[in-house]
Design a protein around this ligand. Structure first.
Ligand code: PAF
Length: 280
């Protein structure tokens, strides 16, 4: 496994790879866990060569505290990546990614960014779009891999690629969970023992939504979710939506031939956890 800290050195490394080889790319912000590794393994299976980036992107954080508290575990990350036979790791500096100023570009994601995470995290998706576009331009991958825990992010990146006619295939990766069902996230390490014990309620609630989806009205499912978290002293519901998977627009009706997902964001103290589930 080779480690590159500058764009120039990475591009020299990439220029030595046979141009017929397929290049899989997994962007990350580090603090890697088994969920990330399952994505790297999938990328390894589907490509001749895999690049993983580790970059905590400042422009996608709307709160300075959250950026500061983001876990940094670079030595452990590199060990884990070596174990799954990652080929190249790219660890750029902020100045490399943002040579002029640390600012997002403005994107038109056809309003996919206006709801859910976008409504609660100001400028988040412009920040994600800016860094992912920059990384795609530097690496020029054949396929890039995104976890479905951030389903809205996955749809937004697909939209960006489609609109900008970028030659990269965006591949979704199933949510990887702890044994008790909590979706794996770098933020989970910040949970207290008590918060960690309660956190599986998030997926349990989503599973309940799925099981009652066919026979209940959407308003009734929403009420069930709200009541579940009202009764809980540790977890605070930020939003729960049932939305069309393509438009991400929230719905109160189940229209035929439309696929819906339930999306949830919950606070455990200051730690924000998200999850989602396919309903039909
Ligand atoms: O999902 C993430 O970890 C980040 O949003 C990404 C895609 C690496 C961009 O910074």
């Amino acid at each position: 496994m080779k480690i590159f800290k500058t764009i120039e050195s990475l591009q020299t490394g990439l220029s030595l790879i046979d141009t017929n080889m397929s290049l899989g790319f997994v962007p990350t912000m580090g603090a890697l866990h088994q969920g990330h590794l399952s994505i790297v393994k999938k990328a390894k299976k589907e490509n001749d060569f895999v690049v993983v980036s580790i970059f905590i992107n400042p422009t996608q954080f709307d709160k300075a505290d959250d950026l500061k508290a983001y876990p940094k575990t670079i030595d452990n990350d590199l060990e884990l990546l070596k174990d799954v036979h990652c080929d190249f790791v790219f660890i750029p500096d902020v100045e490399d990614i943002y040579p002029e100023n640390v600012k997002s570009s403005n994107f038109d994601f056809d309003d996919l960014d206006k709801v859910m995470e976008g409504a609660f995290r100001d400028g988040h998706f412009d920040g994600v779009g800016t860094v992912v576009k920059r990384l795609f331009e530097i690496i020029e991958p054949t396929k890039a891999y995104f976890g479905e825990k951030d389903f809205q992010q996955f749809q937004i990146i697909k939209k960006m690629v489609e609109k900008d006619h970028m030659a990269v295939q965006i591949v979704p990766c199933e949510i990887y969970r702890e044994k008790d069902g909590l979706a794996m996230s770098s933020r989970n390490t910040r949970l207290s023992e008590e918060q960690r014990k309660e956190a599986p309620l998030i997926q349990q609630t989503l599973l309940k939504c799925k099981s009652i989806y066919a026979e209940r009205e959407i308003s009734n499912i929403k009420k069930m979710v709200e009541d579940t978290f009202k009764d809980n002293d540790i977890l605070d519901l930020e939003y729960f939506e049932i939305a069309d998977v393509q438009t991400l627009l929230s719905t109160n009706d189940k229209l035929p031939n439309i696929k819906y997902r339930a999306f949830i964001a919950v606070f455990a103290g200051k730690i924000r956890l998200i999850d989602n589930i396919a309903l039909n």
